[in-house]
Design a protein around this ligand. Sequence first.
Ligand code: PSV
Ligand code: MN
Ligand code: MN
Length: 392
Amino acid sequence: MVALSDLTPEQHRLLSEQTVELASWAFGNAGTRFKVFSTPGTPRDPFEKVADAAQVHRFTGITPRVSLHIPWDETEDYAKLRAYAKDQGITLGNINSNVFQDDDYKFGSLTNSDPKLRRKAIDAHKHCIDIMGLTGSDTLKIWLGDGTNYPGQDSIDARQDRLADSLQQIYGYLSEDQKLLLEYKFFEPAFYATDVPDWGTALLHVLALGERAVVCLDTGHHAPGTNVEFIVDQLLRAGRLGAFDFNSRFYADDDLMVGAADPFQLFRIMNEIVSYGALDKDSGVNFMLDQCHQLEEKIPGEIRSAMNVQEATAKALLVDREALSAAQEAHDVLGANGVLMDAFYTDVRPLLAGLREEQGLDPDPYGAFLRSGYLEKAREERVGGTQASWGA
Ligand code: PSV
Ligand code: MN
Ligand code: MN
């Protein structure tokens, strides 16, 4: 077991400065194509989602931003939403575009062969960039549902040309201090060929765009067995790892809580981040939770997830780098592996409880939130109106 006092000043700084962005849609109802279950007290508008996100920050101290999805979080007054977030102690983070739920995009959005529909999709992104100006967000995140279901349905190559051109137009509309984040996903909703299926395709597109275009790695968007930490290293080496969408998968894009299915994978990912020196807040890598809470309560689910990221980070920071290098240089296979496993098996919970106490927080964020009475109050007050769901 280790205590806060066992950390070096640098490890202590990195751990205390780490932040994790939340996604607004995590606070809405979610489900599968079979059923979306509703939970009493679920937010009914973006303001209530922001209020819930602020609770996660209030108890964990590491989630100071919430990402919006447009048009799910469309509102008439973004300045008001921004000010409301500030009052609640958080800021508005990335703006996520949504061009996957409109009938017009049945055959593609940024890749559509119909110039009118492709223009509509490009304009939807320009609208998101206009919103960024109002919310103070510096990153536009693009994930597309575009792709084909059958071989021959459309030209793979022509779709890539149209995508590259659309992205150029969107990138050109950004201001100098704004970034474009492109997210890949190997399948779904397209089943034969997704237009941005993997990190290689995403990387080629962002390299063609310019310095302010980076890749988003969603941990749930890979085939089973993929070595995700290897991809982390490749994107870091290329200087294009812009962000993580953290979640867990057992089967497909399950969007379960990060660190629930495979805490060891989360540790391996954070180990690559730490060993590359990319944990520092100035490294440009944005850590976000992209999850949906179907059965469990949403705010506690986000609190638990933020704690899981923090635990994996603390373990990665505890890897004895000198001993690891020495074992690697000596080709001591089991010794090197042992150094990593020692860090992974270290119980860092007391250390993190100490960190929270130092920051004036309750050492047990999950329990403290449940005791706060916030859920009961939300259940009582949020009656009437339509609950938000994964979607609007
Ligand atoms: C797509 O599966 C995704 O992971 C993208 O990040 C979206 O923004 C998010 O889900 C919500 O639709
Ligand atoms: Mn995602
Ligand atoms: Mn996803």
